[in-house]
Design a protein around this ligand. Sequence first.
Ligand code: HEM
Length: 393
Amino acid sequence: MLSEQTRSIVKSTVPVLEEHGVAITTRFYENLFVAHPELLNIFNQANQAQGRQQAALANSVHAAAVHIDNLEEILPTVVQVAHKHVSVGVLPEHYPIVGDYLLKAMKEILGDAATDEILEAWAEAYGVIADAFINVEKDMYKETEDQENGWVFFKDFVVARKVKESDVITSFYLKPADGSDVPPYTPGQYISVRLTMPGEEFLVIRQYSLSQAPKPDEFRISVKSENDNDPNGVVSNYLHRSLNEGDPIEVSAPAGVFVLDLSKTTPVAFISGGVGITPMMSMFETVARSTPERPTAFLHGARNPNQHAFDSDIQSYAKKMENARYKTVYSDEPNGFITREMLEEYVDPASDIYVCGPPRFMEIMIRELRGLGIPEEQIHYEFFGPAMNLTMD
Ligand code: HEM
């Protein structure tokens, strides 16, 4: 437990963190990777290049300072981040290294304003926050390992099948190289894949949602190709062009908190944009197979029919379900967006609603759902990439 004095010093730094947080975390990463280049094997360099990871860390440090009196309030987000940490293989021994470089960066950027008293208070606070992560992650590693067919860190898989789903989306069916089965997962979860790429000195890791209902012997991910000049697409484009049937790839155990509640039979709605359809496919297929009587709506926005994946799969499932409605819109066509009227027409207001897609799409959908008076606890969403705001408000 932090002393009253430590907590008040940490809180007094909130305005400074608001102003300099990104400068501090940017300097932090620069120094960290010079001293510990091996950590470049676990961090996503595209997120670094765009400052997204710096922003995510700055936001979480800031949120920790704001909530320092009551850290339980940020526990749900700690759990969400811990899933990501476990998926990429963060270990307890990494925390003191990160803490050390974070404090050094605070000192470098804030100069004399970072007094010894402030740095000591932050060192103590960081210790408490790090312990919270370490404990949550320890439990998660144990749970993953104890699960049937479970493992920790990365396991060797092979690409069993590669299937083109649209002009831009291709599915990869992945099976353990040792012939074992895969662990069960909750629809909506993701895996990390790890690989070496020609010309890259370090390993690369990326997360992809599992895109089919759980099966005992395989995972499926469905990957979108991007423009060659988009740094976010480097790995996805490589998978599209160069990862073929029979090739090896390392995979981490399923993780993530954006999941379907399997115990429910009440109405449910899936709203996706572009490749945001992938976790929805896993959730929708599961509903179609396990609770087909569940009132279900699936609204999807794609650019055009050529870029629209899984259309016939969804249609054939929907036909067999008792009460499923499916609607797609194409943004290349006039009025090709999911509107508030459409949401009102298709989505039962009592539904649990899952939203996934590009950030702008998600912002609009969430705003419209709130505008329709849907209670916050019924709206579930996940942004791609680093969580931009620890409190997610
Ligand atoms: C991701 C916070 C410690 C490595 C993240 C994210 C946040 C975060 C907010 C983004 C989550 C998301 O993508 O949804 C923190 C905090 C820490 C901490 C507050 C300390 C208390 C560490 C440590 C390591 C680490 C010790 C290991 C050296 C990573 C990696 C990612 C990540 C590799 C994945 C994102 C990427 O590569 O872009 N962390 N983290 N973190 N963190 Fe941490």
